[in-house]
Write a protein that binds this ligand. Structure first.
Ligand code: SF4
Length: 296
């Protein structure tokens, strides 16, 4: 990794995020006012503070605008096919139990095409940090409805307004068994950075939803202004409540937003359960690659 100092008013200033980016991949593809870059900034800062060995930290994304994140971060990374970030990450973790594995993708990728994988990773308590950038739309493919699009929101596939009931993602993750569940917006950069740091250090399935503007498609189609206008909306309509029941976290179109850390508990992870079962049944510890006698 190499730092690339900027010159501000004649003074060389080192951007703390640059060492975590693959600078040869820049400029990025994201539109002006998109919130995804802010989430990457928070994540890079969380990496500086989390105390993890970054040579033992991997990131996996699916398809979509958020799916580009794995390509820009200077970690071991993989950009999977649509919806398959979680199964790839699961295999990575099971085959390399010492790795910290992060899934970083959008609401369409994680909760529509990848929705089945999402619920089972939470159910199994697979040891992953799952960050979902929720902009209520499929950005890369043209602004279609996703499972999180609020009722009434206009999309290319819902030109008269969405009439489908959306997922409440924190409640879905909580109900399926996630051990850490939080929601923040790209306005809440300090809280989001702290949540990402906590998620990186959490054992088990940790889920963070980040509400983020898509000014090019979702905001334009719904006449919501630009990215700054949406961040102002997050500022004005968000309330922090860490104690709320996750079933009360549904979102309405441009309505009030409850943010916070809602779940932080301990539960046996899939790998720990596997080890315990191996130990109790065959008297040895599970090891990767299906070998239990220490040889690989
Ligand atoms: Fe961001 Fe939307 Fe542009 Fe995708 S289409 S980069 S989500 S603003």
């Amino acid at each position: 990794m190499s730092a690339n100092p900027d010159v501000v008013m004649g003074v060389e200033v080192e951007n703390p995020v640059m060492p975590y980016l693959r600078q040869d991949r820049l400029p990025h593809i994201w539109c002006p006012g998109c919130g995804i870059g802010t989430t990457v900034n928070c994540f890079a800062r969380a990496l500086t503070e989390c105390g993890l060995d970054l040579d033992q930290t991997a990131i996996v994304s699916g398809i979509g605008c958020t799916g580009r994140v794995a390509g820009y971060l200077d970690l071991d990374s993989f950009h999977t096919t649509h919806g398959r970030a979680i199964p790839f990450a699961t295999g990575l973790k099971v085959g390399n139990p010492d790795l910290k594995v992060v899934v970083y993708s959008g609401d369409g990728d994680l909760t529509a095409i990848g929705g089945n994988h999402f619920v089972h990773a939470a159910r199994r308590n697979m040891d992953l940090l799952c960050i979902c950038v929720n902009n209520f739309t499929y950005g890369m493919t043209g602004g279609q409805c996703t499972p999180t699009s609020p009722v009434g929101a206009k999309q290319t596939t819902m030109p008269y307004g969405n009439f489908e009931h959306p997922f409440n993602l924190p409640h879905l993750a909580d109900a399926c068994g996630a051990v850490y569940v939080a929601r923040w917006t790209v306005y809440h950069v300090k809280q989001l950075t702290r949540a990402m740091k906590e998620g990186l250090n959490k054992k088990g399935f940790a889920f963070i939803e980040v509400l983020s503007p898509c000014p090019t498609l979702y905001s334009r189609r719904n006449r919501l202004g630009d990215g700054v206008d949406q961040v102002k909306y997050y500022k004005e309509r968000s309330k922090i409540n860490n104690d709320v029941d996750t079933k009360d976290l549904s979102l309405e179109f441009q309505g009030d937003i409850t943010v916070g850390k809602f779940v932080d508990r301990e539960r046996e992870t899939w790998l720990d359960a596997m080890n315990n079962r191996f130990t109790s049944v065959i008297g040895d510890k599970y090891e990767p690659y299906g070998v239990t006698n220490g040889e690989k």
